[in-house]
Design a protein. Structure first.
Length: 86
């Protein structure tokens, strides 16, 4: 079970990132849709910036997750090789 989860972790990160991007785009579109209520200029800018920064943050968090997974695998690889050398 543990090996299956370790192999599925990258796919789970991409699925979570995809859901987050969809949610951010939906929320940004809702802000843009509410533009006549708030004032056209400020709401349009807010909605587009919300989408841009939300997608950027989603990919940033995914990148950090992949870096952590790489550090874990590298540490495990080095520990196994060190144990074999002793």
């Amino acid at each position: 079970m543990r090996d299956l989860l370790n192999k599925a972790l990258p796919a789970l990160v991409w699925v979570a990132t995809g859901f987050n991007i969809i949610a951010v785009c939906f929320a940004g579109a809702g802000i843009v849709n509410a533009a006549p209520i708030w004032g056209v200029g400020s709401a349009m800018l807010t909605g587009f910036l919300f989408i841009i920064f939300g997608v950027t943050i989603s990919f940033l968090v995914a990148g950090i997750c992949f870096q952590i997974m790489d550090i874990r695998s590298f540490t495990k690889f080095m520990a196994i090789n060190h144990k074999k050398s002793l």
